[in-house]
Design a binder for this molecule. Structure first.
Ligand SMILES: NC(=O)c1ccc[n+]([C@@H]2O[C@H](COP(=O)([O-])OP(=O)(O)OC[C@H]3O[C@@H](n4cnc5c(N)ncnc54)[C@H](O)[C@@H]3O)[C@@H](O)[C@H]2O)c1
Length: 349
C-alpha cells in the first residue's frame, strides 16, 4: 500500500503508463459505476490502451450505493477473479467510486494498491486524493472508512465532457471552499469566475495545490486539515436528510448550502463580515440558481449529532476571516437555529 501519491496531469499520460508498468502489478482491475463504464472507459482505453486488458468491475451509480452491500460486491469480484496482494484497483469515476473503491482496496487482503482516475470536477479537486475513503452506513455519511493514499491519481479534464450540468457544477462548491480558506484574493477571484472558467487548469490546479498543502501538513486530520470540513457539518446533514428524497442533493450542492449556513454561524460567532455571506449567496444565485432545499433544524438534528467529526456535542469548522479557518468550534443549538432562520431570510431576498 502506498504512503505517498504521485499526481499525473493529462499532458503527462505517458508518465502515468510508465509508472504503472514500473509497479509490475500482477493484475489490473478497473472499477467503474454504471455511468462511467459507458461514458469514461472507452475514452480511457483510447488514451491508455494498456487498460483494454484489465478485469472490469461495474457497480451501480449514485451515493445511495456507497454502502456495505456494494463493497461486498467489489470484494467478491476481486476474490472471484483471483486478485492477489500485487494487484491494483483503478477507480474510474466520481467521489462515490473513489471512496468505495479505495475502501474496498485498502481492506482487501489487508490492503492492495489503488489508483484514482477522477471523472467529476469534485473528485478532481477533492475526493480523489488525501487518503480519506469510506462508505455510508446506517444513514450516516462516511461512517465506516480508513485513511489510505492512492498510489497515483491521473487527472484528465476530457472525462468531464460527458457530465450532466448539475454534476459539473457540483465540484465548484469545493473550489469555493478552498478559496474561502485560502485568502480574500483567492475568494474574490473565484467569486468572479464563470462556470466554464472552473474547468481551466489554472483554477482547478490551484484548488488541488491548496488541499494538497493542507493534507501534507496534517495527513491524519488531527488539526488544520479539519478546517477543510467547512460547510460539511450542515452539508452532510442536508445530504443525509435528502438521501432518499425523489431528487437527492448532490454532495457539492449540499456543501454549497452548508457553506452558506456555516458562514452565517461564523458571522454570529466570529463576526465574519456579513458581506462575505451575501457575496456567496449572490454566487449561489448566479451559478446554482435553481438549487433549493427547504429544511428546519428538526430535519437535520439527528444527522448533525451523528456527524463523525463531533464528540456528542455540536462542533464545527468555521471561518474567522477569509484565509483563517477555525476548527472544533462549539456551536450551541440556539446559535444553529438562529443561523438557519437568518440565512433563510437572506436566501429569500
Ligand atoms: N474522500 C474524500 O476526501 C472526499 C471528498 C469530497 C467528497 N467525497 C465523496 O465524493 C462523493 C461525491 O462525489 P461526486 O460529486 O463526484 O459524485 P458521484 O461519484 O456520485 O458522481 C455523480 C454522478 O455523475 C456520474 N458521473 C461521474 N463521472 C461521469 C462522467 N465523466 N460522465 C458522465 N457521468 C459521470 C456518476 O455515475 C454519478 O451518477 C460523495 O460520496 C462524497 O462523500 C469524498
Amino acid at each position: 500500500m502506498s504512503l505517498e501519491t504521485t499526481f499525473f496531469f493529462q499532458d503527462h499520460s505517458h508518465d502515468f503508463i510508465q509508472f504503472l508498468n514500473q509497479k509490475k502489478y500482477s493484475k489490473i482491475f478497473l472499477l467503474a459505476d454504471s455511468h462511467t463504464n459507458g461514458f469514461c472507459l472507452p475514452l480511457l482505453k483510447q488514451l491508455i490502451p494498456e487498460f483494454c486488458y484489465s478485469c472490469l468491475i461495474v457497480i451501480p451509480a449514485g451515493e445511495a450505493h456507497k454502502n456495505i452491500d456494494v463493497c461486498q460486491l467489489i470484494w467478491n469480484a476481486l476474490l472471484l477473479q483471483k486478485a492477489d496482494k500485487h494487484s491494483v484497483l483503478v477507480n474510474v469515476g466520481g467521489g462515490m467510486v473513489s471512496d468505495i473503491g479505495a475502501f474496498a482496496a485498502s481492506t482487501y487482503k489487508r490492503g492492495i494498491d489503488f489508483v484514482n482516475i477522477p471523472t467529476t470536477l469534485l473528485a478532481m479537486v477533492d475526493a480523489s486524493f488525501g487518503g480519506k475513503n469510506g462508505i455510508d452506513f446506517d444513514d450516516t455519511k462516511n461512517a465506516i472508512g480508513s485513511f489510505t493514499n492512492p498510489s497515483a491519481v491521473y487527472f484528465n479534464t476530457h472525462f468531464l465532457k460527458t457530465l450532466p450540468n448539475s454534476v459539473l457544477r457540483s465540484g465548484i462548491a469545493e473550489i469555493l471552499k478552498h478559496s474561502l480558506l485560502d485568502s480574500i484574493g483567492a475568494l474574490d477571484e473565484t467569486l468572479d469566475l464563470d462556470i466554464n472558467d472552473f474547468f481551466q487548469a489554472r483554477s482547478y490546479r490551484k484548488s488541488i495545490a491548496f488541499k494538497s498543502a493542507i493534507v501534507q501538513i496534517d495527513p491524519h486530520d488531527e488539526g488544520i486539515r479539519q478546517s477543510l470540513n467547512l460547510g460539511h457539518s450542515i452539508g452532510h446533514a442536508l445530504e443525509s436528510f435528502m438521501l432518499y428524497a425523489p431528487k437527492p442533493l448532490l454532495h457539492g450542492e449540499a456543501v454549497l448550502l452548508g457553506l452558506i449556513y456555516e458562514l452565517m454561524i461564523s458571522h454570529l460567532i466570529f463576526q465574519l463580515p456579513i458581506e462575505i455571506v451575501q457575496k456567496v449567496i449572490a454566487f449561489k444565485d448566479r451559478i446554482f440558481a435553481d438549487l433549493k432545499c427547504p429544511f428546519d433544524y428538526i430535519d437535520i438534528e439527528k444527522f448533525i449529532g451523528n456527524d463523525k467529526k463531533n464528540r456528542g456535542e455540536i462542533r464545527m469548522s468555521l471561518l474567522e476571516a477569509p484565509g483563517t479557518g477555525r476548527w472544533q468550534v462549539p456551536v450551541s443549538v440556539q446559535q444553529l437555529k438562529t443561523a438557519i432562520t437568518e440565512t433563510k431570510q437572506f436566501l429569500a431576498k
